[in-house]
Design a protein around this ligand. Structure first.
Ligand code: AMP
Ligand code: FE
Ligand code: FE
Ligand code: ZN
Length: 288
C-alpha cells in the first residue's frame, strides 16, 4: 500500500481521541498527525464533538487544517452502522441537542451492557468502564479493557469475540436512532454524511447495496473508500460501488492508538482513479 495521493497535501478524515475511545488527547492526536505529514484532518469521535475545540487550537499552532467531524452510531435493519459527519457547524443548536440525546442513549446502553455482562462476575463493571473513559460514557472498547484487567479475557480481540462483538451479549443496539435520523442531524447542521468503513459490517454485496440505496435516499452523499487494514480487493470493490452509486469518496485511517503499524494517521492507500473526492465539495474545497 502506498501513502496518500495528491502530492501537496495529505488528508485523513477519520480518527479518534480520548473524547471517545482513542488513546491520545485531541492535542496529542493533532501533533501526531502533523508529524506524520497530515495537512488536513477531521477528528471524528464517536457521537460527540467534545474534542473539536482543543483539536482546533492545536491544529492552528501546527498548521494543520481541521475539518469538523464526528462518527454517529445508528441502526439499519439489524446492523449497527457508523455515519461520519464532516464539515458541519458544530455550534448548530439542533445538532447539539441531538448529540445530547445520543449521549443519553450511550449511557443507557452502557448500563445495559454492564447488566448483560454481569455473568462475567466483575464487580462494579460500569464504574470501572467509566473510569477507563475518564468519567465520560464508556464505549465497548472501555468495557473490553476492564475485562482484560480483570483477567476475564486475554486481550481486546478476545473481549470482542466473546462478549462485545457483533451478536454477542454486550453488543446492545437497541439504543441507537435510525439511519435516516442521524443523516438528517448532519444535513441540518450543514454537513456532509459519509457512510463509514462499509466493509466492516460484513454484509453481502446485495445487502450493502441496499444500505447504500437507503443511505442515499436519506440524503447521504459520500462513502469511505480507502480506510486502514483493507485489502486491495476491498479497495477496488468499494471504489466500484462508489462510482456506480455516484457517491463522493472519502478516506480516513480510523486511527485509535499508536503502536498498530497497520493503522497510522495519514497512512491511507491511494484511492483508485475515477471517483470524486468528498473534500472537493467542502465549504472550503481542498485541492481543487
Ligand atoms: P461503541 O461505539 O461503544 O459501540 O464501540 C465501537 C468501537 O469499538 C469501534 O469504533 C472500535 O473502536 C471498537 N471495536 C468494534 N468492534 C471491534 C472488534 N471486533 N475488535 C476490536 N475493537 C472493536
Ligand atoms: Fe472506535
Ligand atoms: Fe466506526
Ligand atoms: Zn471510527
Amino acid at each position: 500500500m502506498t501513502i496518500t495521493q495528491e502530492t501537496d497535501f495529505c488528508i485523513d478524515l477519520h480518527c479518534h481521541s480520548t473524547a471517545s475511545d482513542g488513546a491520545l488527547s485531541p492535542q496529542e492526536l493533532v501533533e501526531r498527525a502533523a508529524t506524520q505529514g497530515v495537512t488536513h484532518l477531521a477528528l471524528t469521535d464517536h457521537d460527540t464533538v467534545a474534542g473539536l475545540s482543543a483539536a482546533a487550537l492545536s491544529a492552528a499552532q501546527k498548521g494543520v487544517t481541521l475539518i469538523t467531524g464526528t462518527e454517529l452510531s445508528c441502526v439499519w435493519r439489524s446492523h449497527t452502522i457508523h455515519i461520519v459527519g464532516l464539515d458541519f457547524d458544530p455550534e448548530n443548536r439542533d445538532f447539539r441537542d441531538a448529540l445530547a440525546v445520543q449521549n443519553a442513549n450511550r449511557w443507557a446502553r452502557a448500563r445495559a451492557i454492564a447488566d448483560k455482562l454481569g455473568k462475567t462476575g466483575v464487580d462494579d463493571l460500569l464504574g470501572k468502564a467509566t473510569a477507563k473513559a475518564d468519567g465520560d460514557v464508556p464505549g465497548r472498547p472501555h468495557f473490553a479493557r476492564v475485562l482484560m484487567d480483570e483477567g476475564v479475557v486475554r486481550d481486546s480481540a478476545q473481549a470482542f469475540k466473546r462478549y462485545l462483538g457483533q451478536g454477542k451479549p454486550g453488543d446492545v443496539r437497541a439504543y441507537w436512532p435510525g439511519l435516516g435520523e442521524v443523516v438528517q442531524w448532519i444535513l441540518g447542521a450543514g454537513g456532509v454524511a459519509v457512510l463509514a468503513h462499509p466493509r466492516k459490517y460484513k454484509m453481502t454485496a446485495s445487502r450493502l447495496r441496499a444500505l447504500v440505496s437507503d443511505f442515499k435516499q436519506a440524503g447521504g452523499k459520500a462513502m469511505e473508500v480507502s480506510t486502514s487494514g483493507q485489502s486491495s480487493g476491498d479497495l477496488g470493490f468499494l471504489a466500484e460501488l462508489c462510482r456506480r452509486e455516484k457517491l463522493l469518496a472519502s478516506q480516513g485511517s480510523d486511527f485509535h492508538f499508536p503502536g498498530a503499524p497497520w493503522c497510522e494517521l495519514g497512512r491511507i492507500a491511494k484511492m483508485p482513479d475515477g471517483i470524486e473526492p468528498v473534500w472537493h465539495h467542502f465549504k472550503s474545497p481542498v485541492g481543487h
